[in-house]
Design a protein around this ligand. Sequence first.
Ligand code: F6P
Length: 530
Amino acid sequence: MMDNWTRLKSRLDATQDRPLLALFEEEGRAAHYAVQTEHMRFDYAKTNIDADTRADLIALTEDMGLAGKRDAMFGGAAINSTENRAVLHTALRNLDGGPIYVDGSDVMPDIHATLARMREFADRIRAGNITDVVNIGIGGSDLGPAMATAALKPYHDGPRCHFVSNVDAAHIADTLADLDAKTTLVIVASKTFTTIETMTNARTARAWMQDHGGDPKTQFAALSTAEDKTTAFGIDPAQVFGFEDWVGGRYSVWGPIGLSLMIAIGPKAFDSFLRGAQAMDRHFQAADPLENMPIMLALVGIWHNQICGYATRAVLPYDQRLALLPSYLQQLEMESNGKSTLLDGSDAARHSGPVVWGAAGTNGQHAFYQLIHQGTRVIPCEFMVAANGHEPDLAHHHQLLIANCLAQSEALMRGRSLTEARKLMEAKGFEGTELERQARHRVFPGNRPSTTLVYDRLDPFTLGQIIALYEHRVFVEGVILGINSFDQWGVELGKELATSLQPLVEGEAPSTGKDGSTAALLDYILNRRS
Ligand code: F6P
């Protein structure tokens, strides 16, 4: 009997030339190929997925035992099997849920206690003389709070927040240059408290504070699982907020790593952010696959990447405040599902997760959309837009934004035929061979798939829902691919080599043993250094 992967491939062969528009001859397609929750609608009607394909995609989730694996994750089982850890970022937003056990003990009392300390600390900072907060962290200890803080700008009523991640001195120097050391709080965010970029920036910030009249004893806080190391660094334990190793870095914005966001928007709005994520968790746990937003978003991803062979996907939020979302999703998706070894140690039989990229609309339209519309490669696009903006006096801007978003997905699907292009050029007065030549440049192949996520308004609750939606999408895709979405061994080799290269860059060790290219580059740098 044909397996579901093979069946899906043959469905693709049979349907890949049919026009997407023709699918709308099926009555009710728009409703049947969309999932709606309280505040959001996910539309995948503009893809080549039909009822048969969708049934086979859902069957893949059954083949891989998705429901059981989902329950195991929420239940605290050690599903991150290469690190022997549970995966419980969901516990951080389990605000009014029941107990969750890891190795026989309920983790919820500690989570509530830490959240209570964070609230008390955030309130104190917001009420005091701190004008600026600098979060020093990288990867998940930066992207989550940086993205969410930018996304929720209309809800800021606390100190300004800045984010320093890069070890490039330019990042910290440019950030600190505008700040007053006496009224700045530095938050060192690092799960391990060993990350070289973060620790280097933290030491630089501490020296800056000491030199400029601030007091690192009271103006430093730390967010980490390694409380011994935060103490060794000299941070007052009363200003250290701990979490457990079952919170992955890229899944950590819901707990202490979200402290800068909490200080910016206040504990109440932060609660609402958590509640939005919790609502998505409940939806993901309870809804049937067809009505389940994370599952359907994941299945569209599997269809496009593993079946159709489209190697990338573009995330295109028509929402300037979500400009950092593509970077955030790059880490979430590519660090989670960019793996070619399966859970059992065997080689993957199919491609790992796609390359994720994108930018806020409408800016991207004036940069890379040319290739999306007329390039030779198909790039599935994931559009996002809010029904309402936050600037009622500038409502016409928002209407234009929505019109552009909807226009792009329509244009990608519809395209423009040579006949239509000829008519267009005729109307402009072209004729003969020049008309033909010009018309060909104005043809759009169309039939390019996209999805659209529409949400009522980008408030804390909705942002929580959106992030949790993508987290669960990554989980479902990982389960279908048979990989562990929660480790990241692929980042280690580069880190090790950087450590071994440091003495060479400092000119304290010879480049013996390095390959010719690396040795020549080092040589050039050492000779040119002024
Ligand atoms: O190098 C990758 C990584 O481990 C990410 O997974 C993580 O978010 C980031 O580094 C930062 O790690 P930490 O919070 O321990 O400083």
